[in-house]
Design a protein around this ligand. Structure first.
Ligand SMILES: NC(=O)c1ccc[n+]([C@@H]2O[C@H](COP(=O)([O-])OP(=O)(O)OC[C@H]3O[C@@H](n4cnc5c(N)ncnc54)[C@H](O)[C@@H]3O)[C@@H](O)[C@H]2O)c1
Length: 258
């Protein structure tokens, strides 16, 4: 029987790219997103292409929603093999203007979401008595800290820490936990970051220029596309990555060197 993966935040952006790659790899995939309209549309498109997928709407910051998506995955497909904690949000703010609501919102989704997803998936793997793979969305901002992206960078550093710690605790169950750290990918997230950086630049930047400046430093000379991220996740989700755990691997075309 083919393996089953849940990918959170997969109605669009990198999550959709990851889901499409896993489908190509032969997975049955549960798409999960807070944007129900886009989720339904994406699920329909993928089904028309012959994919064995279902969609489950939910909010990763809600613990119950994460256990619900695992329950639905098992109900539909009988098992769970891979859980991708992909959903995440960005925020661009000068440090002195960061407020309580922003901190709470970003951490609730980017950090609490990863913790709850990991707990829900691990509980299922332990129940099944099978090996399992948990794969988290980190970022180059989980290795480096950027101006105007302090809250986001801190949240991704927290994801890297939870990746390390959970991998140590879950190893005895043959569950691996790793993270992918994308660089500068042209998704809706970067459209928003660019827009906000331009807004905060006091006229120094035009639309598209913040994105261009970030991309200019990429050694391979192009920005990232969802397929680039899908390829790394495909490897981490495969048996070939069985002996890798607790790693936060950068895929950025050569921008941040660790
Ligand atoms: N785009 C980049 O350059 C980049 C770089 C590094 C890391 N990342 C990380 O990769 C992941 C995906 O980024 P993206 O660029 O595809 O973002 P995106 O904004 O384009 O897409 C994110 C998806 O997650 C969904 N989502 C948002 N909040 C949610 C919630 N609470 N519960 C469930 N779903 C929710 C959105 O509806 C959307 O479909 C994020 O964790 C992000 O931090 C992105």
């Amino acid at each position: 029987m083919s393996k089953v993966a849940v990918v959170t935040g997969s109605a669009g952006g990198l999550g959709r790219g990851i889901a499409e790659q896993l489908i190509q790899d032969g997975f049955r995939v549960v798409l999960h997103d807070i944007n129900e309209v886009l989720l339904n549309q994406t699920v329909e498109e993928l089904k028309q292409q012959g994919a064995d997928v279902i969609g489950v709407p939910g909010d990763v910051s809600k613990r119950a929603d994460q256990f619900y998506v695992v329950e639905k995955a098992v109900e539909a497909f009988g098992q769970l093999d891979v859980f991708v904690n992909n959903a995440g949000i960005d925020v661009v703010t000068p440090f002195l203007e960061i407020n309580e609501a922003e901190l709470n919102r970003v951490f609730a989704i980017n950090v609490n979401g990863v913790v709850f997803g990991t707990q829900a998936a691990a509980q299922q793997f332990i129940k099944q008595q099978t090996k399992g793979k948990i794969i988290n969305a980190c970022s180059i901002a989980g290795h480096e800290s950027y101006e105007m992206l302090a809250t986001y960078s801190a949240s991704k550093h927290a994801v890297r820490s939870f990746t390390h710690a959970s991998s140590k605790e879950l190893a005895k169950y043959n569950i691996t936990v790793n993270a992918y750290c994308p660089g500068v990918a042209k998704t809706k997230m970067w459209d928003r970051i660019d827009e906000e950086m331009v807004r905060h630049s006091d006229g120094a930047l035009q639309i598209g220029e913040a994105f261009e400046q970030f991309s200019a430093g990429i050694s391979l000379g192009r920005y990232q596309i969802p397929e680039d991220v899908g390829n790394l996740v495909s490897f981490l989700a495969s048996d070939k990555a069985d002996y890798i755990t607790g790693q936060a691997i950068i895929t950025d075309g050569g921008l941040v060197y660790r």
